[in-house]
Design a protein around this ligand. Structure first.
Ligand code: 1GP
Length: 239
């Protein structure tokens, strides 16, 4: 029970860094799933996240079932809204967009997700989600209709992350947005990591191995890679 979260906490304690590959069901080439699975197996990924700000594909269940059959990694939902919930995953980042002031993404979607979640065995991981300005408007900003936090206002970002911890969130996710021009500044990652005591996820705009390492060195416990792997399936083999 609560195995995914316990493992994340244990990894933090042991300073064992985690890597999640984000798969967006709308961006997948479903004819190439076996190749994708092979590449994931060859990668250093420790977790798979499935989701996106807008997912219109009806293949979420199919994709997750395929991944479950062929991979041993935990599959965690990263949903933009309740329609993306699949009972076949292992867990769900139960996100609350703490950087924004849109009640739909603070509580409304979460309430609407309950009827689905009650009929699943998904491990629910309360996650404070902070969108940080990544140099261009991203899908999260468009869909959630919220402004990202000023990337230079480290103090306010730290206060927001700490408020998430005080509210009982189990993880903080610092997000520059998928395909961001700029990742979350390393000083911000460092400052947040020093402010909170719960595990820290960092993603958005990280496209190089060096970037992944810098995020770890700054205090990220888990790094999320979406676009870089989506655009180059050999990203982890030859960067
Ligand atoms: C998006 O943080 C993830 O939610 C990953 O971002 O697609 O830019 O890697 P990228």
């Amino acid at each position: 029970m609560k195995k995914i979260y316990q493992d994340i906490v244990l990894a933090k304690t042991e300073n064992r860094k985690l890597l999640a590959i984000l798969l967006d069901p709308d961006q997948m080439d479903y004819d190439q799933l076996h190749l994708l699975k092979d590449k994931i197996k060859l990668s250093p990924a420790t977790h798979i996240l499935v989701g996106g700000s807008i997912v219109v594909s009806d293949k979420v269940d199919f994709l997750i079932q395929f991944l479950k059959e062929t991979l041993v990694l935990p599959i965690i939902l990263f949903p933009g809204n309740p329609s993306q919930i699949s009972k076949y995953a292992d867990g769900i980042l139960f996100l609350s967009l703490l950087s924004g002031r849109n009640p739909d993404y603070l509580i409304e979607h979460q309430v609407n997700a309950v009827p689905f979640l009650r009929n699943t065995a998904l491990e629910i991981i309360p996650t404070g989600y902070l969108l940080i300005d990544g140099g261009r408007q991203t899908a999260v900003e468009r869909v959630s209709k919220t402004k990202p936090l000023d990337r230079n206002n480290t103090e306010y970002i730290c206060h927001t992350a700490k408020a998430g911890e005080f509210l009982g969130k189990k993880l903080i996710y610092l997000e520059a947005g998928s395909g961001a021009k700029l990742s979350v500044p390393w000083e911000v990652v460092k400052a947040v990591s020093n402010t909170i005591s719960i595990p820290l996820i960092v993603g958005g705009g990280i496209r190089t191995q060096k970037g992944i390492q810098e995020a770890y060195d700054s205090g990220a416990d888990m790094v999320v890679i979406g676009t870089a792997f989506e655009q180059n399936i050999d990203f982890f083999n030859n960067d």
